[in-house]
Design a protein around this ligand. Structure first.
Ligand SMILES: *Cc1c(COP(=O)(O)O)cnc(C)c1O
Length: 369
């Protein structure tokens, strides 16, 4: 596996966002910004929308809106398409599913939660859905546990119940397969600083024609996040408010590069990295936490009696490797190693060697850096 050359930094991010960026992207970020209310910039926006839809294999009639905000804003904006007469089913298998539920509570949206134990699969015997579901909100990849869920199952459920499907694909895009020509999500949510390996600042909602019609019937609950405004301005390649101009220019470069090989090639590359890392740490006292691990990251549970946080801190302090701690109940139990962004099998080898050294320590003392 080749990786593009990378500027030397004193740290390596194995976090699921932000992630290591390529030199091309970094260089582009250093360029002066153009004014954006111009035809040339509109062309950039339209070009990005078209390339993104192509990578997702979205059918004709789908649109993408582009928000200058992190992914949570896109989650909130997508749920802005629903109101008092709706009844949502929120799938909560971790902190990001919980975020969907919090947004529902905040906006007093009628909803029920389907709770799934962290890292566990969907209940195989099915589940009890509220009587008249009008929409389902689900995380394709629950980033806090590293578990990927089957979109086909939710697609089928929504079709059978005539419900709309809202999918948070923020951390699965370009890591696990998404094919919108087969899994008909009505609102698919993405952001810039995960698989796209760009700086934070942009998020996206990909909308089906049905969802666009639904949005038009709904009074917005937020001024800034009213997707109707973005759809209207977006038709001519503009945004209602100043976009993250620099990130957009980086996005255009990135999408051009990805477009040459297609999303499948990038998914394949991420899958190889994930498999390579899991192979390299075999034999270490670290268990895979998830029942259905994504390609985006590996959630690990130490079984040598050490806290997950100890590993996180030692990797950072002694080696300059950033891996992700967990919150809540999993804080001491689980840490996560990301495979998104500009990483290589050599980076995996360096991290696996560090983990091996740490696991072999007799005491919990600090390693000399
Ligand atoms: C990163 C992420 C988000 C968004 O978090 P932000 O802090 O707003 O960037 C939402 N859902 C999932 C599954 C994520 O991984």
């Amino acid at each position: 596996m080749r990786s593009t050359k990378r500027r030397r930094t004193s740290f390596t991010l194995f976090t699921p966002g932000p992630v290591m960026m390529s030199d091309d992207v970094l260089r582009s970020g250093a360029e002066p910004l153009p004014y954006f209310r111009t035809d040339a910039f509109s062309q950039t926006v339209l070009n990005c929308e078209a390339m993104l839809l192509r990578l997702l294999k979205a059918p004709a009639g789908y649109r993408t809106v582009l928000l200058t905000a992190s992914g949570t804003a896109a989650m909130e904006a997508a749920l802005g398409g629903f109101g008092d007469h709706d009844s949502l089913l929120v799938v909560n298998a971790g902190a990001f599913g919980e975020r969907f539920a919090e947004i529902c509570r905040f906006h007093r949206l009628p909803h029920e939660e389907l709770k799934i134990a962290p890292g566990a699969p969907l209940p195989s015997r099915g589940f009890e859905a509220p009587a008249s579901v009008t929409a389902v909100a689900v995380c394709h990849h629950e980033t806090t546990t590293g578990t990927v869920y089957d979109l086909n199952a939710w697609d089928a459920f929504c079709k059978a119940n005539d419900a709309l499907l809202v999918v948070d694909a923020i951390s699965s895009f370009l890591a696990d397969p998404i094919d919108m020509s087969r899994q008909s999500a009505d609102a698919l949510i993405l952001s810039s600083h995960k698989g796209l390996a760009l700086p934070p600042g942009l998020s996206f909602v990909v909308l089906s024609p049905r969802m666009i019609r639904k949005l038009e019937t709904q009074r917005a609950r937020s001024y800034y996040l009213d997707l109707k405004r973005y759809l209207k301005e977006g038709a001519r390649g503009q945004t209602p408010f100043t976009p993250a101009i620099g990130v957009l220019r980086q996005l255009e470069k990135r999408l051009e590069a990805l477009g040459q090989k297609g999303a499948d090639a990038q998914v394949h590359r991420t899958a190889l990295l994930a498999r390579d890392f899991r192979k390299k740490i075999r034999g270490l006292p670290l268990d895979l936490f998830s029942s259905n691990p994504s390609n985006a990251l590996t959630a690990l549970e130490p079984r040598d009696g050490r806290s997950a946080l100890w590993y996180v801190e030692r990797l950072r302090e002694d080696f300059g490797f950033y891996v992700c701690p967990n919150g809540g109940d999993l804080k001491d139990r689980v840490f996560r190693v990301g495979h998104l962004g500009n990483l290589s099998v050599r980076d995996n080898a360096r991290l696996a060697a560090a983990l091996k050294k740490l696991a072999a320590l007799k005491s919990n003392r600090r390693l000399a850096a």
